[in-house]
Design a protein around this ligand. Structure first.
Ligand code: ATP
Ligand code: MG
Length: 380
């Protein structure tokens, strides 16, 4: 699958433009602060309905404007379609072929992407929220119905927390919210665990190639939703756990367990990567996870996902960047790669289908691989 055209309107500093995209490699080059990451973020946003930099929709709208939008033409093996997202101060609306849809599950399976940004290195060394975001981003492509479960869970958790904050909260009211949360917690942690189980051997293969001396990688979901030493992962075990902490939750006026506190333990060579991985090992682990995700999603959807690589020159060395490209090229993925140094990004080109998109102050100009300048971008 690939995106053949992107239409942006008041998306950050990208005012109003249409960009035609190559099905192969799109090099996005320009000085600092011109809008390269914004362009990749817009493609990621169209694919996931989320930004990789912020959770606030209003930050994505161009300064001084009330609304913005991102639309794109997606070419799939068996069909084409147009996807779109409109941005308003507090919400986003999603469109498939011009019609607004309420079903995120429907939307998410249409345009699947895998991104690398320098902040992804935090997956190994940073706190649990970064690992949950990474996990859920790809979980929602693997099981599109997971997205709505996560949204329902967040909504119910917010209500339960508001209730706990009231001095007068009684246990039956809290239990009523727990009854909404228990099946969702059970399903989300089950999906997350299944996803990690599927990812592990693929990440392992990738790590063996990148860093054969590092040893095996294991991915474990650490969750508070099952009792300790729980053997049977059934919904009643989750209920038992919620009941166990009920009185403590009321006393402390906050939720003490749930999938919003899940974490992924990454073990490499028998040791916790969070505690012991060196900087180079951290890069290999993150890359192995991404390569694993690309394979897993391709197997699941029957087509290679689109790959977005922001600023790899600053964070990945030559060997690791080459591994990423070799995999993306061998699978025929559409790739976006951004950087300030044209020579650096161009050294990875080995593909007929490619173009260079130069970004300057939020406006684009493009040239293809024969170096002919083409007017394939319209900025207005
Ligand atoms: N909502 C917004 N409206 C208008 N401009 C914005 C908005 N959000 C960010 N910007 C601006 O967009 C510009 C481009 O940002 P971007 O992160 O895409 O730069 P970049 O080309 O990737 O730079 P670098 O090479 O440093 O990574 C920045 O100067 C930033 O201030
Ligand atoms: Mg950038």
């Amino acid at each position: 699958m690939y995106i053949s055209e992107l239409r942006l309107y008041h998306y950050r500093n990208l005012e109003n433009s249409t960009v035609r995209l190559s099905p192969g490699v799109n090099f996005v080059v320009g000085q600092n602060g011109q809008g390269k990451t914004n362009l990749l973020e817009a493609v990621h946003f169209l694919s996931t309905t989320r930004s990789f930099r912020t959770t606030k929709v209003k930050e994505l709208i161009g300064w001084g404007h009330e609304e913005g939008s991102v639309f794109g033409k997606i070419e799939r093996k068996d069909f084409d379609l147009e996807l779109g997202l409109s941005l308003e101060k507090k919400k986003r609306r999603v469109f498939v072929n011009g019609d607004e849809t309420k079903s995120y599950a429907d939307y998410l399976e249409k345009f699947v992407s895998v991104s690398f940004t320098p902040s992804d290195l935090e997956i190994v060394k940073g706190g649990p929220p970064g690992r949950r975001r990474f996990l859920d981003r790809y979980l929602c492509f693997y099981y599109p119905h997971a997205f709505e479960k996560l949204i329902s869970y967040q909504r119910a958790l917010k209500n339960k927390n508001a209730l706990l904050k009231q001095q007068s909260a009684d246990s039956s009211q809290v239990q009523a919210w727990n009854e909404v949360l228990i099946p969702l917690s059970f399903e989300i942690s089950t999906l997350r665990r299944e996803f990690l189980t599927a990812l592990q051997p693929r990440a392992q293969r990738a790590l063996e190639e990148l860093a054969p001396a590092d040893g095996a990688i294991e991915l474990h979901l650490e969750t508070t939703t099952f009792p300790k030493e729980c053997q049977e992962h059934v919904v009643d075990a989750v209920r038992e756990r919620y009941n166990e902490v009920l009185s403590r939750e009321i006393a402390s006026q906050r939720s003490l367990i749930g999938v919003h506190r899940d974490d992924v333990e990454i073990i490499v060579g028998g040791k916790s990567a969070r505690s012991y991985a060196s900087q180079g090992q951290t890069r290999s682990i993150v890359l192995a996870l991404l390569l694993g995700v690309i394979e897993l999603l391709e197997e699941k959807i029957g087509e290679p996902p689109v790959v977005l690589l922001d600023d790899v020159e600053s964070e990945l060395d030559e060997g690791r960047t080459r591994s990423l490209f070799n995999l993306a090229f061998s699978k025929g993925c559409q790739v976006f790669i951004s950087g300030t140094d044209q020579a650096f990004v161009e050294q990875w080109s080995n593909n007929e289908n490619q173009q260079i998109i130069t970004v300057s102050n939020g406006a684009f100009s493009s040239s293809n691989n024969q170096n002919e300048h083409q007017n394939i971008c319209m900025n207005s």
